[in-house]
Ligand binder design. Structure first.
Ligand code: HEC
Length: 113
């Protein structure tokens, strides 16, 4: 019985460590999103703007977002790893996923006919 409890406790500790070691930090992501100027095209909440598409609640996987930002050669300027680190992009990813989801259009009276 004690063995089971200690295995469970060990697993819980590992899960907690995994959470802090690998997952991005929402607060730091918010800060990096502002400091690195992502907001200028994508909006402060990542809601999208005139120049850049919506990023909040992105469907991209984390590594996809990191690779895109480092290596895009489309309309968005690429940010090399010197300009923004993978860790900072992980934080930004966490920030973007933490944004509230947009309201369902069916719940907005003005949009009903
Ligand atoms: C000068 C304007 C501008 C800035 C600054 C900018 N972006 Fe973009 N971003 C764009 C445009 C335009 C696109 C669409 C380009 C495309 O699809 O190739 C885009 C696309 C993206 C995409 C892909 C979205 C998708 O769903 O395919 C990601 C992710 C992204 N930007 C992240 C960032 C991050 C993170 C930063 C800050 C480090 C940033 N962008 C700064 C203009 C900008």
């Amino acid at each position: 019985m004690n063995k089971i409890i200690s295995i469970a406790a060990g697993t819980a500790v590992l899960m907690l460590m995994g959470g802090t070691a690998f997952a991005g930090d929402v607060q730091k992501g918010n800060q990096a999103f502002r400091e690195k100027g992502c907001w200028q095209c994508h909006g402060f909440e990542g809601q999208g703007g005139v120049a850049g598409p919506r990023l909040a609640n992105t469907q991209l996987p984390e590594d996809g977002l990191i690779a895109f930002v480092h290596s895009t050669n489309g309309p968005m300027p690429p940010y090399s790893a010197k300009l923004i680190s993978d860790a900072q992009l992980s934080d930004i990813y966490a920030y973007l996923l933490s944004r509230p989801k947009p309201a369902d259009p069916k719940t907005i009276p003005l949009l009903q006919r």
